[in-house]
Design a protein around this ligand. Structure first.
Ligand code: GDP
Length: 547
């Protein structure tokens, strides 16, 4: 009987393993994972809400920022967000549209949180850039685009707020091309603007989509008139149509036709015009993302590149976020699946720790709620409960030693020392800072000599968030004070002796970060330069990747 049992098991196993290969390929092909990038106030939140309307999660419209607000209510940390009307925490939303699984990664737009934003962009396959057409290219957009360029991320552009007086559309395209250094391929073109906004002309389909203000239709269906020369159009809008025809001629002559290859290699962006608040032009962007944006692609890891349709599961953590409930200090590690199939309860290897973990209570981020995941494929984001042992950049696999690369930390530009009012809380302070450091909320440096911890941030608001969270989550009343540190550089060298000498001789300015990497804390630009000259065998890095 024993032999028979084995036979059956073998047979079953063969059936089970041959099915996933096709399933994985099919599931990967129907996934789109993108982030929205914009300068604050361009309309990212509004657009996100409208995108979610298409998923059928209609009740969500108008609630993106206030999501789970009941749970946030007790936390001062979220109060900061509310007071300033900014989105501190990025979130992940998954929904289905046209038989595709869309993973939308929200990125905080406020410049204080750019570091977190940057890392979120390492987990996407494409990006949607929202521009306020009245303002054009703004500062934050420039920075975010630079990050997208690091990985040649394909970008779809949405010119928003055409229901208002905007800048000249041709001028807007010019600005995108010259400032952001990306070629524009207009796909829709606006007919009028502000009070005279009539709709958009689809340059590839030769049809006009008529604008109607205040439409909140879930399907985003608008009246469509075929053909730019359709007499109905010139009857309805004689002036605007004349203007449109002139502009279209100019556009055809002066701008680039849409080219899928150029888009996929990140050198060209298709441009759409519309109004997010009126849900106008939103479906067109979603269609562009489905039709043109890439499904999950190969990702670089040490040793080799990993294909999304490989059978074994792999992925990396790009973000860690405290649970919304301050009473529970558990945190969620956001993992992007890079290959294979994740199944609830599976055992995977946490490669940095060389430890096997069982992923049983993993959450996904369906637009309507946090749900337990049963399975996930490349491109999906899953949330792993994290009790302090996972760090940003950690890779997971079914055993193969892979480390996904390209998840950056940026050298902080602002520094503070921490003092506490109650010295009995030192232990809590250290614990809190260690955890917040691992989460990427702030960078924590422990000088080799001396007992003060030094905090580094990219934006000053990060310190406020940390102070507020230390108080609420760890019961530590901390005071932040200025320090003479002006910049930090991670230090590495093949010459171990030089490195050791450096550490002892400059003990007051050499520190370890939360992940245990050596850094030099410079007191000025001159000081940094001189130190670099004096220690030619050492390399000083302004960014570091997860080791
Ligand atoms: P975010 O900071 O990028 O998330 O921007 P929001 O989505 O919060 O939008 C900023 C402001 O612009 C809000 O007052 C929105 O109501 C408004 N807004 C967004 N889209 C449009 C639009 O299409 N037309 C107009 N007139 N206002 C818009």
């Amino acid at each position: 009987t024993a032999a028979t049992t084995t036979d059956i098991q073998d047979g079953q196993e063969a059936a089970v393993t041959s099915k996933p290969a096709a399933t994985i390929a099919r599931e990967v092909a129907r996934r789109r994972t993108f982030g929205i990038i914009s300068h604050p106030d361009a309309g990212k939140t509004t657009l996100t809400e409208k995108l979610l309307l298409f998923s059928g999660a209609i009740q969500l419209a108008g609630t993106v920022k206030g999501r789970k607000s009941g749970r946030h209510a007790t936390s001062d940390w979220m109060d900061i967000e509310k007071q300033r009307g900014i989105s501190v925490a990025s979130s992940v939303m998954q929904f289905e549209f046209r038989d595709h699984v869309i993973n939308l990664l929200d990125t905080p737009g406020h410049q204080d949180f750019s570091e977190d934003t940057y890392r979120v962009l390492t987990a996407v396959d494409s990006a949607l850039m929202v521009i306020d057409a009245a303002k054009g290219v703004e500062e934050q957009t420039i920075k975010l685009l630079d990050v997208c360029r690091m990985r040649a991320t394909p970008i779809v552009t949405f010119m928003n707020k055409l229901d208002r007086e905007t800048r000249d559309p041709l001028e807007l395209l010019d600005e995108v091309e010259s400032v952001l250094k990306i070629e524009c391929a207009p796909v829709t073109w606006p007919i009028g603007m502000g009070k005279n906004f009539r709709g958009v002309y689809h340059l590839l389909n030769d049809e006009v989509m008529l604008f109607k203000a205040g439409e909140e239709k879930a399907d985003g269906a608008y009246e469509i008139i075929k053909g730019i020369d359709n007499p109905r159009l010139s009857e309805m809008f004689p002036l605007e149509m004349e203007q449109l025809k002139m502009e279209v001629e100019l556009v055809h002559g002066a701008s680039h036709p849409f080219d899928l290859e150029r888009f996929l290699s990140g050198v060209q962006t298709p441009v759409f015009f519309g109004s997010a608040i009126n849900n106008f032009g939103v479906r067109e962007i979603l269609s562009a993302l489905i039709d043109w944006a890439p499904a999950p692609r190969e990702r670089d890891a040490t040793v080799r590149a990993v294909r999304p349709d490989e059978q074994p599961f792999s992925g990396f953590v790009f973000k860690i976020q405290a649970n919304m409930d301050p009473a529970h200090r558990d945190r969620i590690a956001f993992l992007r699946v890079c290959s294979g199939r994740f199944e609830k309860g599976m055992k995977v290897k946490h490669l940095r720790l060389g430890r096997e973990v069982k992923l049983s209570s993993v959450v996904t981020f369906m637009a309507s709620s946090r749900e337990q995941v049963e399975e996930a494929y490349a491109g999906d984001i899953i949330g792993l409960p994290n009790h302090g042992n996972m760090q940003i950049g950690d890779s997971f696999s079914e055993g193969e030693m892979l480390t996904f690369t390209g998840i950056p930390y940026f050298a902080p530009e602002l520094f503070r020392t921490v003092r506490i009012r109650n010295p009995l809380k030192t232990k809590q302070l250290h614990k809190g800072l260690q955890q917040l450091g691992e989460e990427g909320a702030v960078q924590v440096f422990k000088p080799v000599m001396g007992s003060d911890l030094i905090l580094g941030a990219v934006g000053v608001l990060q310190f406020e968030v940390v102070a507020s969270r230390l108080l609420n989550e760890y019961g530590v009343d901390a005071v932040f004070e200025g320090t003479n540190t002006s910049s930090a550089r991670w230090v590495s060298s093949d010459d171990k002796k030089s490195l050791a000498d450096f550490e002892t001789q400059l003990a007051h300015n050499v520190a370890y970060d939360a992940a245990g990497n050596l850094a030099y804390l410079a007191t000025s630009g001159v000081n940094l330069r001189l130190t670099q000259e004096r220690w030619p065998k050492l390399q000083f890095h302004a960014t570091r990747e997860h080791a």
